[in-house]
Design a protein around this ligand. Structure first.
Ligand code: C2O
Length: 354
């Protein structure tokens, strides 16, 4: 198999809501230079200080204020400059374009989920998102928070996303996530009746299973090799659980008969096309990304893939200066080289061998 090439921008077209009709707006990036073959490869810039991503449940008010300001600046761009690639909606549309079949290459559509493209695509996505936020508030050390759902203390919606009227608040969120409800990392929608303590314990057992027992080698952790245009769904262990359940838990319950203007397809977090419209998406993916680093510390064959077709697969993003770039998976394997790291947080699941 050949590496997955960057999207063919000339073919960016209409997209479809998962389990629904066409997306009522375009998810394609703003107009690019005519000759897209001139888009350069991205070089990791030199940095003086690592950006440190912290657990979302532990950050202080000062940080929350900064984060709110950055997101509201991003949202303002939607109004003043809708084609600005740094705008909040444009950023959310990246997810829509890559995941709802907007791009075709040789007639085959590109989809970054359910395969080994999942971890690296989202790593690069957050990398640029974070730098854009930092640029908007003029703080080059700004780092995203991470939703620490693998730790009992973080198994709830981080409180900063539960403050109505702030830029981090998403109206289109499932009411069940409000008021400090503990989540079940393993369910795909059904409500469970159990105590908080039992839920948390079950979550830890599940984390052990997905990180250790079921992921002893790279392909099981990252997901199956990606062949452009195939629909074989073979996600890695963490992508499948808890990544998807957290999305579904946070999004609204699909309601096909919902009145006009109300969410029907699990918006925002529960559908690919809209997930990036909930600020908590990037916080959720911070922890998914952190799990990649954690997994590599678990020993045995738990190391990055080495296949050239993975290392040479490419994506496209705008950087914080609105310049378009191509990036390669091979350049995103070491977060410190990318200029960021995770503040450590206890990983009690390591002791939850069933
Ligand atoms: Cu691109 Cu959490 O999905």
């Amino acid at each position: 198999a050949a590496p997955s090439p960057p999207p063919d921008f000339k073919t960016c077209s209409k997209t479809t809501i998962t389990n629904g009709p066409e997306v009522p707006y375009s998810c394609c990036p703003p107009p690019l230079p005519k000759d897209t073959s001139t888009i350069p490869y991205y070089k990791l810039p030199p940095m003086n200080k690592l950006r440190i991503r912290s657990p979302a449940h532990l950050v202080d008010e000062e940080y929350i204020a900064k984060y709110n300001l950055a997101i509201s600046q991003m949202k303002d761009l939607d109004k003043t400059d809708p084609l600005n690639p740094l705008g909040f909606k444009q950023q959310a549309n990246i997810h829509c374009a890559y995941c709802n079949d907007a791009y075709a290459i040789d007639g085959k559509v590109l989809q970054v989920h359910n395969s080994w493209l999942f971890f690296p695509f989202h790593r690069w996505y957050l990398y640029f998102y974070e730098r854009i936020l930092g640029k908007l508030i003029d703080d080059p050390t700004f780092a995203l928070p991470y939703w620490n759902w693998d730790n009992p203390k973080g198994m709830r919606l981080p409180p900063m996303f539960d403050r109505e009227g702030t830029s981090l608040y998403d109206e289109r969120c499932n009411p069940q996530v409000r008021n400090r409800t503990v989540m079940d990392l393993g369910t795909f929608g059904d409500k469970v009746d159990t105590t908080e303590l039992l839920l948390q314990t079950n979550n830890l057992i599940l984390m052990y299973r997905q990180m250790v027992t079921n992921a002893p080698c790279p392909l099981l952790f990252f997901g199956a090799r990606y062949v452009l245009g195939t629909n074989i769904e073979a996600p890695g262990t963490i992508e499948k659980i808890p990544h998807i359940p957290v999305h579904i838990w946070t999004g609204t319950v699909p309601e096909l008969n919902a009145p006009e203007g109300k969410p029907k397809y699990g918006e925002d977090m529960g559908n690919f096309y809209s997930a990036g419209l909930d600020p908590v998406f990037y916080c959720h993916h911070g922890n998914v990304d952190r799990m990649w680093n954690e997994w590599k510390t678990l020993g045995g064959k738990r190391k990055d893939l080495t296949q050239p077709e993975w290392l040479n697969s490419e994506f496209f993003f705008y950087d914080e200066n609105k310049n378009p770039y191509l990036v390669k998976i091979g350049d995103c394997l070491d977060t410190k080289k990318m200029g960021y790291d995770y503040a450590s947080s206890p990983t009690p699941w390591r002791k939850f061998k069933p």
